[in-house]
Design a protein around this ligand. Structure first.
Ligand code: IVH
Length: 675
C-alpha cells in the first residue's frame, strides 16, 4: 500500500472503530459484531506496526494496553480536587438548602422566597478521575491523590472503553472533566470468581478493586478488567454555559458517558423524592452507588457560594444508610489463618440483602461474640456497607429462644486439635502450632511467595497445595530443595512451568533483606515494620540476638512486636528454617549499597511534609528522611522538628506550625541538611 493510502486507511479505521466503541460502551447499542470489530482492529494494529510513524497515542489500538508504567508520575491538579460534605438525613439536607439560600442572600423567612434549582445525581462508588482534553484529544488522566496532586494514569485510562480518546462535535479547545471510574457489579463478581478458582483471596469491594486496578503497572491487564466510567463535572475557562445540567448535556454530545439518571429538581422537595426513589431502587442498578450528589445547577450561583477549604458550598452528598435485614444464626465455624489467628464466621439462614444472597457474616473474635451476646438460633440483624462480607449488628432479643445459651468459644484448633492461646491485649485467639497446623503451613508458604514478599509468581496457592500433599513442601525452606524431576510428575506441570518455577525460586535469592524479613512471616511484622527493622538492625544475626530494649528502640516496634520477634527466634524449628535459608544464599543483611545510602544525619528528628515540591516527589522525600534516620509524621505537634514545606502548603498547617514555633524549611534547605 502507498504511504498516503495507508495514512488514509488508518484514519478511516480509527474513525470507524471509535464510532463502534462509542455505540457499544457509551450508548450500550452495538452496531457491529465482536468478530468484525476485532478484524478491523487487527488491520489497524498491523498497519501501525508497519508504519509506526502513524501510530498516535490516542489510537483505538491503545485500548488493548501493553505499555508498562513502573512508577506513576505525580501531577499537580490545575483545580484542586475537593471532596463533598456528607449528610445523612432529611434535616441535614434542609439545613443545606437553607445555607444555600442564605449564602445567596435570599430572604428565607419570606413566603415567596424563590426556590433553588438543584441537579441530583447518583453518587457512584469508585475512584474519581480528572481528564484533560486539548483540541479534542485525551491528553492526561490523573487520580485524585491528596486533592492537590495525583498520579498520572493516562496509559491505564486509555484502556477504559467508555472514555473517549477523541471528541466529537463542538467541544472547547481545552478543558478538564471529572468522573468516577468503577467496576460494574457483574465484572467485579467475575474477577472474584476467577480469583477464588486460582486460590487468591477475593477483592473486598468494587471501590478498592477499581483503585487497585488503576495503579497496576501493566496496562494490558487493566484493559482486560473492563472498568467503566461516568463523567459528572466539567471545568475550564470560557465554558459558555449557564448551568451544570446544560454543560453535562453538551459533554454527552462530545462523546462522554453521562448518567441518564440525573434529574434537575425545582426545589428541595423534589430532591427528597429523588433520594427516596433511589434508596429503594439502587439495588437494581448494575453498579454500586453509595448516595446521591446534590448540586446547585446555576454556575453564577455556584460561584457566589464558593468553596470552603475542603468542599464546595454549592454541593452536598446524601449518603444512604447501609442495607439491613434480619435472619437466623444457624451455626458458627472457625477459620484458621496463615498466622494461626482464629476467625469465627457466622453461618446464616440465606437471606436476600442489597441484591445478593447472604449466607455468612464475619464475627471477628470472641469479644465481639460476647459483646453482641449472639447465640445459635438467634434472630440477628445483618448489615451490608461497602464491604462484600456483611456484619451482624445486633440480636432481636424479642425472638430469642429461652433455652438458648451463650456461645462457648472453641478452646482447640479446629484444624490440628492443639489448645488455642490468646495473648494479653490481643483480640484473636490463635493456634500456636505454627509449624504443624496445615492451614498455617500452607498459608505461610503462600505469604512467603507473595508479590510483596519473595515474588515467586509461578508458585501459586494451587501448586503449593499440590506440593504439600505430595510431601515435597513442609516449610518455606523446602522450596529451595525442589528439583525439576520432582515437579514434572505433578498434574498440570509441564516442562515449561517446571522451568519457570525453578527459575523463579532461584531469582528470589536476590530479594533484599527487608522483604525476606517480611516474607518469613513473624507474627505482627508487616511490610513497613520489616523495612524499619531491616534498616535499623541491618542483619538477621543481629536481630536474633537483640534484647527487648534494643527492639523497642526501633520505630513502630512496641511490646507486642518485640515479644513476637523473640518468640519467633526462640522456636527451634524457626531457627532451623532460617539457618537453611541462609545456607541457600538468601539476603539476610542489608546490601553494601543500602548500607552506604543510610546515614544517621536526621537521627531523632521528626518531619511533616506539606505541599508540592519541585525536585522530588513526596514519597522520595519521605524515603530520604527515613534513609537518613529521621521520622515522618502526618500532623504537626510540639514534637515536630521541621515542617518541610513545598508550594501550596495548607494554610491550616502553616498556622499551626507558626503557633507552635516549629521551624519551616524548603526543599533546598532539606537537601542541604542531608548533603
Ligand atoms: S461531584 C466538587 N458528582 O464522591 C465536586 N462526585 O465524596 C466534585 N462522586 O470525590 C464531586 N459520584 O469521587 C460528584 N455524581 C457525582 C459523584 C461524585 C461520585 C464521588 C467523587 C467525589 C466523592 C465526594
Amino acid at each position: 500500500m502507498q504511504k498516503e493510502e495507508t495514512k488514509k486507511r488508518i484514519e478511516q479505521l480509527t474513525r470507524v472503530l471509535e464510532q463502534h466503541n462509542y455505540s457499544y460502551y457509551v450508548l450500550s447499542n452495538p452496531t457491529i459484531s465482536d468478530y468484525d470489530f476485532d478484524m478491523l482492529l487487527e488491520e489497524l494494529i498491523q498497519l501501525e506496526k508497519e508504519f509506526p510513524e502513524y501510530l498516535l497515542p490516542n489510537s483505538p489500538s491503545q485500548r488493548v494496553g501493553g505499555e508498562i508504567t513502573k512508577t506513576f508520575k505525580t501531577v499537580k491538579h490545575q483545580y484542586p480536587m475537593l471532596s463533598l460534605a456528607n449528610s445523612y438525613s432529611k434535616e441535614e439536607m434542609q439545613e443545606f438548602d437553607a445555607r444555600v439560600k442564605k449564602g445567596l442572600e435570599l430572604d428565607t423567612n419570606s413566603l415567596f422566597a424563590p426556590d433553588i434549582e438543584y441537579v441530583c445525581e447518583l453518587k457512584f462508588d469508585g475512584l474519581s478521575i480528572s481528564l484533560i482534553y486539548e483540541n479534542g484529544q485525551l491528553k492526561q488522566a490523573v487520580t485524585r491523590g491528596d486533592g492537590v496532586q495525583g498520579d498520572d494514569v493516562t496509559t491505564n485510562v486509555r484502556t477504559i472503553r467508555s472514555i473517549p480518546l477523541k471528541l466529537k462535535g463542538d467541544f472547547p479547545p481545552a478543558f478538564e472533566i471529572r468522573g468516577e471510574i468503577f467496576f460494574p457489579r457483574n465484572v467485579f463478581d467475575e474477577i472474584n470468581e476467577e480469583r477464588e478458582e486460582i486460590g487468591e483471596a477475593p477483592l473486598a469491594n468494587p471501590r478498592n478493586a477499581a483503585s487497585g486496578t488503576m495503579k497496576m503497572q501493566d496496562s494490558s491487564v487493566v484493559a482486560k478488567r473492563k472498568l467503566d466510567c461516568f463523567m459528572y463535572y466539567v471545568l475550564g475557562e470560557n465554558l459558555h454555559f449557564e448551568t451544570h445540567s446544560e454543560n453535562l448535556d453538551k459533554a454527552k454530545s462530545w462523546g462522554f458517558k453521562i448518567s441518564e439518571k440525573s434529574k434537575v429538581c425545582k426545589n428541595i422537595d423534589e430532591v427528597f423524592d429523588f433520594i427516596e426513589f433511589w434508596d429503594k431502587e439502587r439495588y437494581k442498578l448494575p453498579y454500586d452507588i453509595d448516595g446521591i450528589v446534590i448540586k446547585v445547577n446555576n454556575y453564577g450561583k455556584q460561584e457566589q457560594l464558593g468553596m470552603t477549604a475542603k468542599s464546595p458550598r454549592w454541593a452536598i452528598a446524601y449518603k444512604f444508610k447501609a442495607a439491613q435485614v434480619s435472619t437466623i444464626l444457624e451455626s458458627i465455624s472457625y477459620q484458621v489463618g496463615r498466622t494461626g489467628a482464629i476467625t469465627p464466621v457466622a453461618n446464616l439462614k440465606p437471606v436476600l440483602l442489597a441484591g445478593t444472597t447472604v449466607k455468612r457474616a464475619s464475627l471477628h473474635n470472641a469479644d465481639i461474640i460476647s459483646k453482641l451476646d449472639v447465640r445459635i438460633g438467634d434472630t440477628v440483624f445483618v448489615e451490608k456497607g461497602g464491604e462484600i462480607i456483611p456484619k451482624i449488628i445486633s440480636v432481636d432479643l424479642t425472638k430469642r429462644n429461652e433455652n438458648s445459651a451463650p456461645v462457648e468459644y472453641i478452646s482447640e484448633c479446629p484444624e490440628c486439635g492443639i489448645s488455642l492461646k490468646r495473648n494479653e491485649g490481643e483480640a484473636n485467639h490463635f493456634c500456636p502450632n505454627e509449624n504443624g497446623c496445615p492451614p498455617q503451613i500452607k498459608g505461610k508458604m503462600e505469604h512467603y511467595v507473595g508479590r510483596k514478599a519473595m515474588n515467586i509468581e509461578s508458585l501459586g496457592a494451587e501448586t503449593i497445595e499440590q506440593l504439600y500433599e505430595a510431601g515435597l513442601l513442609k516449610n518455606i525452606a523446602d522450596i529451595y530443595d525442589l528439583k525439576k524431576e520432582q515437579l514434572l510428575p505433578l498434574e498440570r506441570m509441564a516442562e515449561k512451568s517446571a522451568n519457570n518455577l525453578i527459575d523463579g525460586i532461584e531469582q528470589s535469592k536476590q530479594i533484599p533483606f527487608e522483604r525476606v524479613l517480611y516474607a518469613i512471616g513473624i507474627r505482627h511484622v508487616g511490610e513497613t515494620t520489616a523495612k524499619k527493622i531491616a534498616k535499623k538492625v541491618k542483619s538477621i544475626d543481629l536481630l536474633m540476638h537483640s534484647t527487648t530494649e534494643e527492639l523497642l528502640q526501633i520505630d513502630e516496634v512496641g511490646e507486642i512486636i518485640a515479644k513476637s520477634i523473640q518468640e519467633y527466634f526462640s522456636n527451634e524449628t524457626n531457627k532451623k528454617i532460617v539457618e537453611r535459608l541462609i545456607e541457600k544464599g538468601l539476603q539476610f543483611s542489608l546490601s553494601e549499597e543500602q548500607l552506604q545510602n543510610t546515614t544517621e544525619k536526621l537521627k531523632d528528628l521528626t518531619f511533616v511534609i506539606s505541599g508540592v515540591f519541585q525536585k522530588h516527589s513526596r514519597d522520595e522525600l519521605k524515603n530520604m528522611i527515613e534513609q537518613n534516620g529521621g521520622k515522618n509524621t502526618g500532623s504537626i505537634s510540639k514534637k515536630t522538628s521541621y515542617v518541610l514545606a513545598g508550594d501550596n502548603m495548607g494554610p491550616e498547617k502553616l498556622k499551626k506550625a507558626e503557633a507552635l514555633g516549629v521551624k519551616i524549611i524548603s526543599e533546598d534547605d532539606f537537601l542541604n541538611l542531608i548533603s
